[in-house]
Design a protein around this ligand. Sequence first.
Ligand code: KIV
Length: 283
Amino acid sequence: MAKRTVATLLDMKKEGRRISQLTCYDYSTARLMKEADVDTILVGDSLGMTMQGYDTTLPVTMDEMIVYGRSVVRGATEQFVIMDMPFMSYQVSVAQAVENAGRLIKETGANAVKLEGGAAVTGQIKAIVDSGIPVCAHIGMTPQSVNVFGGFKVQGKGEANAERVLKDAFAVQEAGAFMVVLECVPPKLAALITKKLDIITIGIGAGSECDGQVLVWQDMAGITRGVSPKFARHFAEIGDAMINAFKSYDEEVKAGSFPAPEHTYAKSDCSDEFLAGLDKKYN
Ligand code: KIV
């Protein structure tokens, strides 16, 4: 499959072909997503939670994003890779946003950046796009504003909120974004936004009528332990499979049944006479 681009993704929207997106944070997983032919990969700042064990995405730094992003880009050679801009890497000023978007692209080799916010960040979106970097916006439930929302909650409930989310969608399109993530937006509102916009909508907890869908890969593969969001369907139980593998390894190491002869380099081993000589020499 050829490398996905902004143009090929926009063509998919025009032709009514849905776009798949998964988060990813490392080379090995990116290779598997390439083999699976996933369209786009988001190096999400959700890595703060999935890879680093924080309760929110807020502590993630630019330098950390770059380390994870570079690894993904090396594995996902045919996917369109989007780098999340971490908390406080773009909110301070338009100049800060352009500089950090530039670093993310230059130092990882990714194809676009994503930032959270609607009308409030259109200055940043416009300036980043003007500097030659495609932008994916992110509206609805924006996890970097968890302290404003008082938790990870559905956004756009009620008529006034619904209209605000729709206005945010128009604002980011007007500013030049080519894609927008709609997170935890009621499904009929997400469908209306998708119909109204020329740019691509990617839903997460926003129903099936968006142009594409994104999930955090550990959620959809059944790796995340504890409470998982309602929308995070498990497409496999890889977490259980990994626990079983770790348990079997632990048991076999302790029982001495691993490694078996077929897992050793016995053919190139030293002769019994030579080893007996060493045994005697170092007595
Ligand atoms: O950081 C992330 O993974 C995200 C997705 C959940 C959309 O922003």
